[in-house]
Design a protein. Structure first.
Length: 378
């Protein structure tokens, strides 16, 4: 069981907080889609004929592609991969792209799941984040998507902005839940170097994020989602029973996946590869019949560290039996030794063979994972 990720690198404009690879121009769109179709063939053997259970169009803004282009890409994938008949096929989208006409056409394609970048239903937050859409479009697109038949719908929300008062954060969560949406992703705003928001904060043009507000918003998030009957199945993801993101869950469970497009990453269980994050060089290389990527073979330590980092993010946690079977007694002993402090302090808890983060532990998840890592073999 494997997944395919497709990176669509185009945006109308860069959001202030975004550090993903994208270009605010559609100048090379036709060249890109032609190259993407070629890369599908060039990369056809990477997953070794594993059946595909999920396809994910990310970006960038995949909804800048028209539905016929999306259908053509999926059609090309079907020529060279075994796509499961009930595969989850997700398209990331921005509210300003989701007109009723677009949604009607998209519903005729194999896309069966939408992930919509709402971020906030309040205009002051959208301005702070540099979003293109407004609060009215944020609400309208959800109504229109549901009316069109997109039942499997996820929305992204962001918290921790200085513009977002607690009352409005609760309102954002209540509003999203009121639509009956089965999946909600909520991310703490992080200020990445070289982003516009980082630059504006340094210049004093906008207020910075505070740790206290992030923690307060996180606790509100957990309480509100619980009240609405959502499972907190991954640090930033909540869903109704059984409505997990199949594609992203496969990442956290160490399944194989192929990444297509510039800056995309791939993993086959033994190695990891990543495409160049440059549109022109990507197109030029693919046209010459070469995938422009770098690759590394993963050591046992790297595989262990990655298992800890990804599994610990989920409600299923790290499985001690998996650590013992896949990595050996030395790794298990190391894990339990390092975990003892966090078990005693209530940052993690043990349930059978599984070690899971508590709510307090989630707030320092990266530190806990880092302490559980194994020292480099070298």
């Amino acid at each position: 069981m494997a997944g395919i990720y497709i990176h669509i690198p185009f945006c109308k404009q860069k959001c202030y907080y975004c550090n993903f690879f994208s270009v605010a121009s559609a100048k090379y769109r036709k060249n890109f889609t032609d190259s993407l179709l070629k890369e599908i063939t060039l990369q056809k053997d990477y997953l070794e004929d594993e059946e595909i259970h999920s396809i994910y169009f990310g970006g960038g803004t995949p909804s800048l592609l028209n539905p016929s282009e999306i259908s053509n890409i999926i059609g090309e994938l079907r020529k060279v991969h075994r796509i499961n008949q009930s595969a989850e096929i997700t398209l990331e989208a921005n509210p300003d792209e989701l007109s009723r006409e677009y949604l009607k056409e998209l519903h005729l394609t194999p896309v069966n799941r939408l992930s919509v970048g709402i971020q906030s239903f309040h205009q002051e937050d959208l301005i702070y984040l540099g979003r293109v859409h407004d609060s009215r479009q944020a609400m309208d697109c959800i109504h229109d998507a549901l009316d069109t038949g997109f039942i499997n719908l996820s929305v992204d929300l962001i918290y921790g902005m200085p513009t977002l008062i607690s009352e409005n954060w609760i309102n954002n969560l209540d509003r999203a839940a009121s639509y009956g949406i089965p999946h909600i992703s909520a991310y703490a705003l992080t200020i990445e170097p070289k982003t516009a928001i980082h630059h504006y904060i340094k210049q004093g043009k906008i207020l910075p994020v505070t740790e206290e507000q992030v923690i307060s918003h996180f606790n509100i998030l957990c309480d509100t989602m619980y009240r609405h009957g959502y499972q907190h199945y991954e640090i930033s993801n909540f869903c109704k029973e059984g409505w997990y993101s199949r594609h992203n869950t496969s990442y956290w469970q160490g399944k194989k996946y192929l990444g297509l497009g510039p800056s995309s990453h791939s993993f086959n269980g033994h190695s990891r590869q990543w495409n160049i994050a440059h549109l022109g060089q990507y197109i030029q290389s693919i046209d010459l019949g070469t995938v422009p990527c770098e690759c590394e073979i993963l050591t046992l330590v790297q595989k262990y560290d990655e298992y800890i980092m990804t599994s610990l993010r989920t409600m299923w946690g790290c499985d001690l039996n998996i650590i013992k079977e896949n990595f050996g007694e030395v790794y298990l002993t190391h894990f339990m030794c390092e975990a003892k402090e966090y078990l005693n302090s209530g940052m993690i808890f043990q349930e059978g063979s599984r070690i899971v983060l508590t709510r307090k532990g989630i707030l320092i998840a990266d530190r806990i994972a880092s302490d559980l890592f194994m020292a480099d073999e070298g």
